[in-house]
Design a protein around this ligand. Structure first.
Ligand code: NAD
Length: 439
């Protein structure tokens, strides 16, 4: 099948590369010419484990090519996938301007009978409006299928090749069959394909993200309760997660969720609920708890330094919003860096993949320097904060850390280290809701 993909971001690129691996002929376009130049050089413009190999395979086989113009993706395609960004507007609603712009161009460029598939996360009601707009612009009916994406950055290639389910929205049986056939090879035919109306498909995506975010805020609230009562959140997670009705996933206390999806989708959902006249109290609480989490280490730092933090130095391990990605959108680690710098703290930061994106996001500042190696961030540090759960930080050389730091204080925002080991190595150590022998 010939497939066009519009948007070579975290979703479009992985999806296109995986479809090419499944034997389809895929052309991926992006309006960002710099991204396309990198792709034509055979590399991914962003870090995603396994993606470079997948791209190389597709290019070598002659099934994957790249361009900058939407017509190039549309030409001869049986399916065109829209995977452009839908970021938050200042008022929290989803900004659909990239989508509308792409649809107007795509509608006139698509061959008669081609199916337009919307992978971008869009508010309920959008696909129906989009189908009307596409048909009006093309001057003939354009078939539109909603196909929300559930991949996770860091494991995106595996998620895409074997998804838990494929959700399709829309009422045209022929179009739904074409999209099911497109995925059949990719998911090994194993993933259940769930067809439903546009609105339900759109809502599945928001409900899934809101539920996962809710589990994270839930466990973070319990981490606060554990800190206040002396219980240990790790033990609580173990005990809860063993219940098959609950399961262990997304019960990881930390500095809060971030990334390009949960924060923006929760905001969009809240605005959607408001305009529908529904009081989405749970979604509101999920966001509120998450925002609190950024200040998790304020009490131990206040206890160390008092209220004036100026002139202090922090080594910050991790800038990406989670491990195995270079994405820093709404990263709790960046929020923390900003908080620290605003209080006059000098930050020395390390991340295995996200430094370039963090530099772009934070801009030039004398208050932050970037280290090539985790240990290079430590000299002069009054405290080390671990903000991203990279494997690289899980088994550090504690003796080496101790000799490099000014003060032996570790604040572990991802509960990576063993508290007893940190205490034995002579550190004062705090984590997120775990009781420690060094308290
Ligand atoms: P992204 O910002 O990484 O990529 C979007 C790409 O679209 C950019 O490269 C941009 O240049 C390109 N683009 C914008 N307008 C264009 C146009 N008119 N023509 C060609 N290219 C254009 O975004 P993303 O993270 O891949 O997310 C895409 C959508 O998928 C969003 O709606 C997001 O909510 C959803 N989603 C993302 C993830 C994730 O993990 N990132 C997971 C599931 C769903």
């Amino acid at each position: 099948m010939i497939i066009g993909v519009i948007g070579a971001g975290y979703v479009g690129l992985v999806t296109g590369a995986c479809l090419a691996r499944a034997g389809h002929s895929v052309r991926i376009v992006d309006s960002d010419a710099a991204k396309i130049a990198i792709l034509r050089g055979g590399r991914s413009p962003h870090y995603e484990p396994g993606l470079d190999a997948c791209l190389a395979e597709g290019i070598r086989a002659g099934r994957l090519s790249f361009g900058v113009r939407i017509e190039e993706a549309a030409r001869g395609a049986a399916v065109a996938l829209l995977a452009v960004g839908t970021p938050s507007r200042p008022d929290g609603t989803a900004d659909l301007s990239f989508l509308w712009e792409a649809v107007r161009e795509l509608a006139v460029a698509l061959d008669d009978g081609a199916v337009l598939v919307v992978k971008s996360t869009v508010p309920v009601g959008t696909n129906r409006r989009l189908a009307e707009l596409a048909s009006r612009t093309a001057g003939r009916p354009v078939k539109v299928v909603s196909n929300p994406e559930f991949l996770r950055e860091g494991t995106a290639v595996a998620d895409c090749l074997s998804p838990d389910r494929v959700v399709l929205g829309g009422g045209d049986a022929e179009a739904l069959a074409v999209v099911s056939a497109m995925y059949a090879g990719m998911a090994g035919g194993r993933a259940p394909v769930m067809a439903m109306d546009y609105e339900s498909a759109e809502m599945v995506k928001y409900a899934s993200n809101a539920y996962l975010a809710a589990r994270l805020s839930f466990i973070n609230e319990f981490a606060a309760l554990c800190r206040a009562t002396g219980a240990d959140i790790s033990a609580v997670c173990r005990g809860m997660g063993a219940d098959r009705r609950i399961g262990p996933d997304y019960l990881h206390p930390g500095l809060g969720y971030g990334g390009s999806c949960f924060p923006k989708d929760l905001q969009a959902l809240s605005r959607m609920a408001e305009s529908a006249g529904v009081d989405a109290a749970i979604c509101r609480a999920v966001v509120e708890v998450n925002q609190r989490q950024a200040g998790w280490f304020d009490p131990p730092l206040d206890a160390e330094w008092g209220k004036d933090w100026s002139g202090r130095h922090i080594a910050l391990w991790g800038l990406a919003f989670k491990a195995r990605t270079d994405d820093v959108r709404a990263s709790p680690a960046l929020a923390l860096a900003r908080r620290l710098m605003a209080r006059g703290v000098g930050v020395a930061a390390h991340d295995p993949a996200a430094v370039a994106n963090a530099q772009r996001e934070l801009g030039p500042s004398p208050a932050i320097r970037y280290a090539d190696d985790p240990y290079d961030a430590l000299p002069r540090a009054d405290a080390l904060i671990i903000a991203t759960e990279w494997e690289d930080y899980r088994h550090p050389d504690m003796a080496r850390i101790k000799t490099l730091m000014k003060t032996p204080l570790i604040l572990d925002g991802r509960n990576l280290l063993d508290p007893a080991e940190a205490a034995r190595a002579g550190f004062r150590y705090e984590s997120v809701g775990r009781s420690h022998p060094c308290r």
